[in-house]
Design a protein around this ligand. Structure first.
Ligand code: FA5
Length: 337
């Protein structure tokens, strides 16, 4: 029986040494270590021995059992480590693998102008306000001192929904709305937004474009303040001294009124003045209708053409480029101001 046990031990050791997978080990376990396995069988054979021999042989079987069990466990650990490493190798993330290209959009040039203009005026104490694009004739014209039948309405040929409602032709109605809201208190606002006119489209005109309105009302606001404000703003926007030309003009809601041109150098090197905004001192009638006493308060206002500024800043000679959504055009505006 001792020899039998010795042979069994050697067979198990050989089997463990040759095992090269956890499945092999599983089979070894079933064959030798399980309840019906060869080692248990060896214990059962104790019955066939003389009672006096049983304790010593039982001890021997247990020693063999412990030895091969240790071997078995070591092998199991070894094969599990190999398997885990293989798995980790398969799941390895290659951090040097080129990633998918992340497509990043760019800010539309018109919005770049609006963002930069807003941050300039905010840092100078202005509030940014907005107004509706579908506007009442009351705010768009009447409260801007353009009564029904006034010839100045023809300068801004309009899209009407009904006799009282239209697509706003300029951002100036926000002046009236803000004045009523502020109830006679001093104010400093800008208002960017879309406007609509029945204009013929050409390289510098569109039937839908953007403006930025400005309005300052306080005691002792002067024309000099207006001029200084516009010059400083344009110098900021164009990052240098801008040659500005003021021309006398007419708007029913300002008196005196001006139009402002900026010197533009074309791609071919020649220069020309481009009109970028209308402005002036707020007309006393407008102040009165807005709830301000013109004997106490004065104000200035301006309406900037956003497209025109973008054309100047980015040397664009065709206004329709802004609206065609051509990526080749839009991708050029990655600039951070
Ligand atoms: C006005 O709209 C006045 N509300 C501006 C104003 C506000 C004057 C406050 C006084 C006080 P005007 O129609 O000139 O003014 O337009 C202002 C600017 O918008 C123009 O200087 C020009 O830069 C731009 N603009 C006008 N029409 C078009 C158009 N069809 N396409 C693109 N830009 C335009």
């Amino acid at each position: 029986m001792k020899l039998q046990l010795e042979n069994l031990k050697q067979t198990i050791i050989n089997a463990i040494n040759e095992a090269n997978s956890l499945e092999n080990l599983e089979n070894i376990h079933n064959e030798y270590f399980s309840k019906r396995g060869a080692l248990s069988q060896m214990m059962a054979n104790l019955r066939n021995l003389e009672p006096a021999e049983r304790p010593a042989f039982g001890k021997l079987v247990n020693t063999v059992k412990d030895e091969v069990r240790l071997l078995f466990n070591n092998k199991k650990e070894e094969l599990e480590t190999i398997k885990l490493n293989e798995k980790l190798l398969l799941e390895k993330v290659d951090i040097e693998l080129a990633g998918d290209k992340f497509l990043q959009g760019s800010i539309h040039p018109l919005n770049l102008i609006i963002e930069d203009t807003s941050s300039y005026f905010i840092s100078n104490g202005y509030e940014v306000v907005t107004g509706p694009e579908i506007e009442l004739d009351l705010y768009n014209f009447e409260m801007m001192n353009i009564a029904k039948g006034h010839p100045a309405r023809e300068m801004q040929d309009s899209f009407y929904f009904d006799p009282k409602t239209l697509l706003r032709t300029h951002t100036s109605p926000v002046q009236a709305r803000t004045m009523l809201k502020k109830e006679g208190k001093p104010l400093k606002i800008i208002c960017p937004g879309k406007v609509y006119r029945r204009d013929e489209d050409d390289s510098t005109h569109s039937h839908q474009f953007m403006q930025i309105e400005g309005l300052v009302i306080d005691k002792n606001v002067s024309f000099a303040n207006l001029k200084e404000t516009l010059q400083s703003y344009l110098d900021f926007l164009f990052k240098g001294k801008v040659e500005m030309r003021l021309r006398p003009s007419y708007f029913p809601f300002t008196e005196p009124s001006i139009e402002v041109d900026v010197l533009f150098t074309k791609k071919d090197g020649t220069t020309t003045f481009i009109e970028i905004l209308g402005a002036g001192m707020v007309h006393p009638n407008v102040l009165k209708m807005g709830g301000y006493d013109p004997e106490v308060y004065t104000g200035f206002a301006f309406g900037i053409g956003v497209e025109r500024l973008a054309m100047l800043r980015y040397q664009i000679e065709e206004i329709r480029n802004f609206y065609n959504n051509d990526l080749r055009f839009l991708k050029q505006f990655k600039e951070e101001f």
